[in-house]
Write a protein of this length. Sequence first.
Lengths: 233, 233
Amino acid sequence: MKRAVVLLSGGLDSTTTLAIAQQNGFEACALSFSYGQRHEAELTAAQRVVAKFNVRNHVIATIDLRVFGGSALTSDIDVPKGRSPERMSADIPVTYVPARNTIFLSFALAWAEVLGAADIFIGVNALDYSGYPDCRPEYISAFERMARLATKAAVEGRHTVSIHTPLITLTKAQIIKRGADLGVDYSLTCTCYDPSTNGEACGECDACLLRLKGFAENNIHDPAPYRRSGATV
Amino acid sequence: MKRAVVLLSGGLDSTTTLAIAQQNGFEACALSFSYGQRHEAELTAAQRVVAKFNVRNHVIATIDLRVFGGSALTSDIDVPKGRSPERMSADIPVTYVPARNTIFLSFALAWAEVLGAADIFIGVNALDYSGYPDCRPEYISAFERMARLATKAAVEGRHTVSIHTPLITLTKAQIIKRGADLGVDYSLTCTCYDPSTNGEACGECDACLLRLKGFAENNIHDPAPYRRSGATV
């Protein structure tokens, strides 16, 4: 069984990506990060997902992105609430973490090299997060070209690295449909940028609003716990 | 004064690169890593260098590459000693750390974005370390192309990232000549893969042998402390 490194935040997108990697016949090795994010509830969710999906190889890498600052997710900047979809896509949000996907993919590349794996899965999405530079297809292609020159395996011509982005052109509603068809239990996942300490989502940040809209468009109830009962769009 | 992020391990190459960045008129912001390397003496050297070069902005980012294993520098594999230059370049050494430069450059990119800097300096060298895939010019070019698509600045068209590699085509002897001409005090630097706890170099690992040969070719005495007095090639 071929191994693949799957970046797993514990959110809806990365959990769906994990399900797709397993469906494609890969032994998924999950990689999560403790990076000084305000929402450590993500990591608890990642551990629930790993247990449910029988992932035997799960690494949580500790890196401290707070040393650089510059993002609402790793510093004291307020997470914006109640924004319209138009407003969200108008500019790069303060929740953007500088070079985060580049750092995450670099760690995935390191682990893939040690595992002898040539496949990396990441649940980036170019539609709902059009403002994030490192979620765009041209960025992913450029990372893949770089990765194919970066490792011992590349020099020895043993294999080349592939970066799989199965969600990149899907809407949030399509992602949820895909996951629901694969039997993903979304009650396990945590998407919110500002959850309470017991893991309840706020229902008002960009990530919650996009998620709730995606469930509503599928006429499915979002099974995740919210602080206000009956949070909806 | 334009800022540049300079990757600084505290070794001979990165210290020379820092001197070149300052000579080129940049305000150098130094970035070092505590990455589970066996030779923490490197970080002590980096701090000496930062003080000597009046670098006001120095970040030591903590990342734990030991979670992946796979290298003599971060796990219990023995560091090879007493190898000939031919032997060193014959294959990729066990001191190679998977995807290390990709990870280091990714962090530099994150900090550059927060600082508003467009320039990153790294002291990679393609001659003496021909076995390291991530020291080759084609790899650096590919990283630069990826970086130019990765950041908020790239999306907004404000500036593009440049990765400077002033040492990439130089021999170790030429690097030392360049640094000596710039007045670099090499007694501050630590190059050894296996130094003692008080920072004395072993004089026998690949890095020490290449360094000693470089000084010998310049007819300069290496001022760094060695465990055996009079270590030489």
